[in-house]
Design a binder for this molecule. Structure first.
Ligand code: NAD
Ligand code: DAU
Length: 361
């Protein structure tokens, strides 16, 4: 049996492929365009492993997808491929429209043609699992209940709007063509191989480099954090037992304001790798101009996946964040290699002109 994964060289996709092959001998065909966010180093431990077949390619390339599907005949497709960083979508939404909407459409078309040509047993067994985000639901006030699967879609950034559009396409392919789809909407992930443009790895990496730790606005925006391997176990469970056409919200009931996250990471670094001058890393915190249209609060109500599929996260925030900080401290070569020229250009575009309103809390 074979699984086709898209975006499997990115943060969550590579964790998924590694975890999948640690627990199963089912072959994985991994199609990834290798944008700045895709990194084959994440999969280095699979070198020479015949169960992993990597193909550099674009989900928007329908003929490539058609030939891979015909050649490998997967029993499921798991779609991770996307442009994923909100700030990049604000500075340049074009790629987000192209990959997240047009790319998902082309992938769906290739999968529909492949699935339509299967025999009835294979057709019944087939699954298309679309990995999406809680950001499609918009922003919550402090007192709103957490997002459930029936919340209205109210995306606020070009990124979340493009993910919302892709979710709608996936839904439509089920209702119109009967394609056996499943969708997961997960909260913020953190863990190994997280690209250091996102909050948690950025703080770990900047802290050690003696650089400012940029906090947007007042730092009181709330995100709901889930250790990446728990997201992967949820996807495996939905693939195994999810009801066709259903969506499942995935989260670990770990709402935290950004400033608390930054303080937690700083405290762990103080313990595990203290500054040479003995001062606390939190001295490096710098308040910068807020993200335009910044969503104030996300929170996931994960009761459906817990009750219907019996899924639960294995990590608490305390255990997951400690493992994460330790992973970054133990993998300086990975960090150095992802900080390419392209990444440095991005940092100067994003933070170079940002005005520091307060420094050194
Ligand atoms: P990422 O940016 O780390 O990885 C994305 C991967 O997709 C990269 O390997 C990249 O090379 C690849 N890719 C980009 N465009 C492609 C294309 N056109 N064709 C083929 N491959 C392409 O993202 P991530 O954080 O691993 O997120 C994976 C998925 O999970 C995304 O769909 C994202 O929306 C969703 N998600 C992410 C989070 C999170 O906190 N990171 C939370 C919920 C949902
Ligand atoms: O909620 C799920 C989403 O989580 C995923 O769909 C996205 O792909 C993923 O990137 C993530 O989006 P966020 O925008 O929430 O993640 P990010 O790490 O960019 O930011 C987390 C919070 O921290 C957010 O409120 C913005 C803030 N922030 C971020 C950066 C990069 C800062 O204060 N300073 C920063 O430098």
């Amino acid at each position: 049996m074979t699984l086709l994964v898209t975006g499997g060289a990115g943060f969550i996709g590579s964790n998924f492929v590694l975890d999948w092959l640690a627990g199963s001998d089912e072959r994985v065909i991994n199609v990834d365009k290798l944008t700045y966010a895709g990194n084959l180093q994440n999969l280095a431990s699979l070198a020479g492993d015949a169960r992993h077949v990597f193909v550099q390619g674009d989900i928007g390339d329908a003929s490539l997808l058609a030939s891979l599907l015909a050649q490998h005949q997967p029993r499921a497709v798991v779609n991770f491929a996307a442009e994923s960083h909100v700030d990049r979508s604000i500075l340049g939404p074009g790629e987000f429209i192209q990959t997240n909407i047009v790319g998902t459409f082309n992938l769906l078309e290739a999968v529909r043609a492949y699935w339509g040509g299967r025999d009835s047993k294979a057709k019944t067994a087939f699954r298309f699992l679309h990995v999406s985000t809680d950001e499609v639901y918009g922003s919550l006030s402090k007192t709103d209940p957490a997002f459930s699967e029936t919340n209205r879609y109210e995306p606020n950034s070009p990124y979340s709007a493009s993910k919302a559009a892709s979710d709608h396409l996936v839904r439509a392919y089920h209702h119109t063509y009967g394609l056996p789809v499943l969708t997961t909407n997960c909260s913020n992930n953190y863990g190994p191989f997280h690209f250091p443009e996102k909050l948690i790895p950025l703080i770990i990496v900047n802290a050690q480099a003696g650089k400012p730790l940029p906090v947007y606005g007042d730092g009181q925006q709330i995100r709901d954090w889930l250790y990446v391997k728990d997201h992967c176990s949820a996807i495996r469970r939905v693939l195994e037992a999810g009801s066709l056409g259903e969506t499942y919200n995935v989260g670990g009931w770990n709402e935290k304001p950004n400033l608390e996250i930054v303080h937690t990471v700083c405290a762990l670094l103080d313990e595990l790798r203290p500054r040479a001058d003995g001062k606390p890393y939190k001295d490096q915190i710098t308040y910068v101009t807020d993200r335009p249209g910044h969503d104030r609060r996300y929170a996931i109500d994960a009761s459906k996946i817990e009750k219907e599929l019996g899924w639960k996260p294995a990590e608490t925030f305390d255990t997951g964040i400690r493992k994460t900080v330790q992973w970054y401290l133990e993998n300086p070569d990975w960090v150095a290699s992802v900080q390419s020229g392209g990444y440095r250009d991005w940092v100067s575009k994003q933070y170079g002109e940002a005005s520091a309103e307060t420094t050194h809390l």
